[in-house]
Structures are given as structure tokens and as C-alpha cells.
Design a protein around this ligand. Structure first.
Ligand code: C5P
Length: 306
């Protein structure tokens, strides 16, 4: 347990946004055990709220809704300790997390919280590290943490850390369904290895991403191609997820998919009205559902000097 210091000043409260993967292709296993992939990371306006309270010493993370998340292995805790050690910071922080992003859902909640902690502590501890320095720390915390340092829409390759930010169509909304249980990402990748899945790197999706990168704007046709290579494996073990996807498609979604390795399933809807109606129906049926919009622009909170 960390020795807690005295409070040192006003708290700083801000949001950590979730992401969905607009398509995901696994290209192969690498020598370091990770997998090369191609995906589009899209921030959405489903968020956790984090309050950072500067203290004289120690790192403490509180999450009253989910006390299990409070240990030193919490990514926010690790981010803070890494930063303090790396930059010789002599002060502390208490972070209070109000969780709305489901955990273990492929929505990047823990990663987004951690990236936000890096950005905010860089600011309130007066470190002044560059984006590039933070990027290195972020990648040590997890493959998708670097993306959350600069929210928006990005085509991601490598482990998920080679990022090309693009503009994205804004006139859609998403319904995200959480089935009430998590899916273990490491398990999903090992299942992919075990089944020696075919490589899909020459498909239309990859071509669309190449065009999007070149134009700096995500091609509209992306929604027709948002297949996710984890789906066959994850749906086999959790058939309810396949049914949730069908439910969204039969309710007017123009496309639907697993996010990351799951467990969340999302549907894409034109405009907001249909999504609102469908959401009501799903909630009446007892399904945990959120309606979200894409965050299409880099929401610069002034924490980086770009
Ligand atoms: O990077 P992160 O800690 O989020 O990854 C969790 C697990 O997912 C890794 O231990 C690894 O098994 C798997 N993974 C992978 N290839 C990636 C990302 C994650 O194999 N590109």
C-alpha cells in the first residue's frame, strides 16, 4: 500500500473516451508474441470520468463502483508510477475513477483511462514531456494506449500503435451492446493462433484503408467491410454475441460487429433517430445498451503543445 500524502491543490476532472474498432484484421503472429493487425480505432462519446487530486506523495486509485479495479495493477496506477519514476517526480496523486465504459469489452476503457492519466499528470506534475516521450510509456502499458493519447479516428497497424489519424464520417451513430461478461484478449489471440486462421491481408478492407490513408479521410464504404477476424472464434465460445449482432442488423443497423476481441457488439445507424428508438427497445428487453456518436475531431484539451 502506498503511503498517502496530503492534498496539495484543486482537483482536475476530465473524461476518458471509449473506442470501437471499425473492422479488424489479424495479419499474423510476430516473433515477440504479439500480432500484427489492421484496424480503425474510432473514439466514441461513451466515457469514464477521472478526477486527479494532487497530493504530497504516493499513488492511489479509487473506483467505488468496481473496487476490484483499485489495485496497483490498475493501468492508471501503473501509468502514474511509471511517470513518477521515469521523470523523478516527488509528488503524489489520488485518482478517482467513475466507470461507465464496461470492463473487458474491447472498448479500450482501461487503456483510455491510462492514456488520460499520462496526459493529465504530465500537466499537473509539471513534467512537460513531449508526445513522443509519452508514446513510449503508453506502449509499455498496452498496445492500444498510444491511440488514446490523441483521441479521434485512426487507422492502426503493427501491434496497434502505428497510427494514421484521419477524418471520419460524422453522420452516423452507434449502439453498443454489452453482454454482461468480459472476453479475455490474450485468450482470443491464442485461439486465433491455435486455429491457424487464414490471412486476410489482401481483402477489400485493407484496400479501403490504404485509400483512406492516402486521402486523409475514412472512405464511406468502410461500413460494408467492418468484419472482425475475432468474430468466428469468439462467437463460437459465446453464441449470445452472434445473436446480439443479428438483433442489431434486424433492427436497421447498416452494419454490426464485435469491437476488438469483444465482448461488446456495436451497430452502425444512419443519423440518430433510428438508433434512439432501437435503444429503447433493447433496454426494455433487458440488454445493457448505449447510444454513441463518433468523436470525429481531435478534442484538444490543451494538454499537448502540438
Ligand atoms: O498490449 P496488451 O497488453 O493490451 O495486449 C494484451 C494481450 O493481447 C497480449 O498479452 C497479447 O497476448 C495480445 N495481443 C497480441 N497482439 C496485439 C495486441 C495484443 O497478441 N497486437
Amino acid at each position: 500500500m502506498d503511503v498517502q500524502g496530503r492534498r496539495l491543490g484543486p482537483s482536475f476532472t476530465t473524461r476518458a473516451y471509449a473506442k470501437i474498432n471499425l473492422g479488424l484484421r489479424i495479419l499474423g503472429r510476430r516473433e515477440d508474441g504479439y500480432h500484427d493487425l489492421m484496424t480503425v480505432m474510432q473514439n466514441v462519446d461513451l466515457f469514464d470520468t477521472l478526477s486527479f487530486i494532487p497530493t504530497t506523495s504516493g499513488v492511489e486509485v479509487r473506483c467505488s463502483e468496481l473496487p476490484l479495479l483499485e489495485g496497483p495493477e490498475n493501468l492508471v496506477h501503473r501509468a502514474a508510477e511509471m511517470l513518477a519514476e521515469g521523470f523523478g517526480v516527488k509528488r503524489g496523486v489520488r485518482v478517482v475513477i467513475r466507470k461507465s465504459i464496461p470492463v473487458g469489452a474491447g472498448l479500450g476503457g482501461g487503456s483510455s483511462d491510462a492514456a488520460l492519466a499520462l496526459r493529465v499528470l504530465n500537466f499537473i506534475w509539471g513534467i512537460g514531456a513531449s508526445y513522443e516521450e509519452m508514446f513510449e510509456l503508453a506502449l509499455q502499458l498496452g498496445s492500444d494506449v498510444p491511440f488514446f493519447l490523441r483521441p479521434g479516428t485512426a487507422i492502426a497497424s503493427g501491434r496497434g500503435e502505428v497510427l494514421s489519424y484521419v477524418d471520419a464520417p460524422a453522420d452516423v451513430s452507434y449502439i453498443i451492446l454489452y453482454p454482461g461478461f468480459p472476453v479475455d484478449t490474450a485468450w482470443a489471440y491464442s485461439e486465433w493462433d491455435r486455429r491457424k486462421m487464414r490471412l486476410t491481408c489482401t481483402d477489400n478492407y485493407i484496400k479501403l484503408l490504404a485509400c483512406s490513408k492516402a486521402s486523409g479521410r475514412l472512405e464511406e464504404g468502410i461500413y460494408a467491410e467492418i468484419g472482425n477476424d475475432f468474430e468466428p472464434l469468439v462467437f463460437r465460445r459465446y453464441p449470445v454475441l452472434g445473436s446480439l449482432k443479428e438483433e442489431l442488423l434486424s433492427n436497421g443497423a447498416i452494419a454490426a460487429s464485435l469491437s476488438g476481441s469483444g465482448s461488446a457488439i456495436y451497430g452502425v445507424f444512419e443519423g440518430r433517430e433510428t438508433a434512439g428508438k432501437v435503444l429503447k427497445g433493447l433496454r426494455l428487453a433487458g440488454i445493457e445498451a448505449f447510444v454513441c456518436c463518433p468523436l470525429v475531431q481531435w478534442q484538444d484539451s490543451g494538454l499537448w503543445s502540438r
